[in-house]
Write a protein that binds this ligand. Structure first.
Ligand SMILES: [Zn+2]
Length: 139
C-alpha cells in the first residue's frame, strides 16, 4: 500500500496553515500600503525597494476582466472562464471562474466573486496532491 503523500499548494502564494483555512498571501508595501499578490522586491506604485510585509488576502472580490476559453490542451474541458479578480482590500489574482455558465450573458465585469480552494484533479509522479484555488460567483 502506498504511503500517504502530502497536500501541497499549487503556487507558493497559496498558504495552507496547520490550524486554519487556506488563503492567498500578498505583499504590502511598508511605504504606500499597495498590495501585490505573492512576494515582491519593489513597489511599482511608489518605487520603494524592500520593506514589504506579508498580508493575508481576502477571499472576496470582484471580476475585473475575463476571457472565455474555447481551445486548450487535450484533456482540458472547454469552454471555461479565465478571469482576473480584484480582491477586497487589495491584490489582483488570475484564475479560473467556475460554477457559472461560460457565456458573455452570465459572466460580467464587476460581478462579486469569492475564492474557493479545491484539490487539483491530478497528482504528481510521487502521488502528492495539490491544493489549488478557483473563483465562483458570490451571491
Ligand atoms: Zn509602495
Amino acid at each position: 500500500m502506498a504511503e500517504a503523500q502530502a497536500l501541497l499548494p499549487v503556487v507558493d502564494y497559496l498558504k495552507i496553515p496547520d490550524d486554519g483555512d487556506p488563503y492567498l498571501e500578498g505583499a504590502k508595501c511598508g511605504n504606500c500600503g499597495a498590495i501585490y499578490l505573492g512576494s515582491r522586491r519593489a513597489c511599482s506604485k511608489c518605487g520603494t525597494v524592500g520593506g514589504f510585509s506579508s498580508e493575508k488576502l481576502s477571499n472576496k472580490g470582484e471580476l475585473y476582466v475575463f476571457s472565455i476559453v474555447h481551445r486548450s490542451f487535450p484533456g482540458i474541458e472547454v469552454p471555461y472562464v479565465s478571469a482576473v479578480v480584484d480582491l477586497e482590500g487589495g491584490g489582483t489574482v488570475k484564475g479560473n471562474l467556475i460554477n457559472v455558465e461560460p457565456t458573455p450573458e452570465t459572466v460580467k465585469p464587476g460581478m462579486p466573486i469569492e475564492v474557493i480552494y479545491k484539490t487539483a484533479p491530478r497528482k504528481d509522479a510521487e502521488g502528492n496532491e495539490y491544493l489549488t484555488y478557483y473563483f465562483q460567483p458570490r451571491g
